[in-house]
Design a protein around this ligand. Structure first.
Ligand code: G1P
Length: 292
């Protein structure tokens, strides 16, 4: 039987230099998409998939993240005194039960694999999820929930996957699929950021993973890979060919790359349009724009 997945790791140690100067004083994950910080979307997706333990891998200068998930007693009292019940509820939705979030620091920027390895003592000997908040996915059913459902059937390591344009493949981990059954592909090889034109397919890994504790053991031994960093992809690849192996789930949903400005802007427009309270007026504004 596959053990249930209750823990998720959120690597949030990056400097966010693509968003300078904003990230000079605020972590990238706190940047606002419509009216909520980017990290809130990742947390909500994980909560919607049944995750109860949230492990943040942070770095210096990220204390705003810890404050965000703490209670804000003064604000709560002020809202209560004014009878602002709706806003109280908005705040309540951001509160996490005591002890649900743990923080561990990645002391050196050595890559995604290293960030996940830093969380090893909090993960222990059970399958766990990894969620990259930069990958924002609009979906009817949270993508992590889609994955956990599929993972319950087959176990092993699973990654979210989607087709990308061939000229974009070198920005991703790319899968080499052996076979496909519905939305699940069995993986026979994977490569992190292949050189242009050398990718085995255009099926890219998107930032949602369910991993077995063996990957943490592999990470002890994983040397520096693409870009001189310790790559999660390389540690997962070591599980290929072992039972129960490695798979990719071609998820239902629309993914936005909020790790760059263009993607963040597109996500802002898409999520703004989708909001019941803002969408109608916002769409009217967009329709009226002169686009050249
Ligand atoms: C990371 C992973 C890569 C994956 C990507 C998805 O790369 O290393 O395999 O395809 O996330 O967003 P990064 O974007 O951090 O360079």
């Amino acid at each position: 039987m596959v053990k249930p997945v209750t823990k998720a790791v959120f690597p949030v140690a990056g400097l966010g230099t693509r968003f300078l100067p904003a990230t000079k004083s605020i972590p990238k994950e706190i940047m606002t998409l419509v009216d909520r910080p980017l990290i809130q979307y990742a947390i909500d997706e994980a909560r919607g998939a049944g995750i109860t333990d949230f492990i943040f891998v942070t770095s210096r200068g990220k204390s705003a993240l810890e404050d965000y998930f703490d209670r804000a007693p003064e604000l709560e009292h002020a809202l209560e005194a004014k009878g602002k019940d709706q806003l109280m509820q908005v705040l309540e939705d951001t509160n996490m039960p005591s002890g649900a979030i743990s923080y561990v620091r990645q002391q050196q920027a050595m890559g995604l694999g290293h960030a996940v390895w830093c969380a090893r003592r909090l993960i222990g000997d059970e399958p766990f999820a990894v969620v990259l908040p930069d990958d924002l996915i609009a979906a009817d059913e949270p993508v992590l929930a889609q994955m956990i459902e599929a993972h319950n059937e087959i176990g092993g390591c699973m990654m979210a996957a989607m087709e990308v344009e061939p000229d974009k493949a070198s920005a991703y981990g790319i899968l080499d699929a052996e076979s496909r059954d519905g939305n699940v592909v069995k993986v026979k090889g994977m490569v992190e950021k292949p050189e242009a034109g050398t990718q085995p397919s255009n099926l890219a890994v998107i930032g949602r993973y369910i991993l077995t504790p063996q990957v943490l053991e592999n990470l002890h031994e994983t040397g520096r890979g693409a870009g001189g960093e310790i790559q999660l992809t390389d540690a997962i690849a070591q599980q290929i060919g072992k039972d129960p192996g490695v798979s990719g789930l071609i998820f239902d949903g629309e993914r936005f790359d909020c790790g760059n400005k263009g993607g963040f802007l597109q996500a802002t427009v898409a999520f703004g349009m989708a909001r019941d309270d803002l969408g109608p007026e916002f769409k009217e504004f967009l329709r009226g724009l002169k686009l050249d």
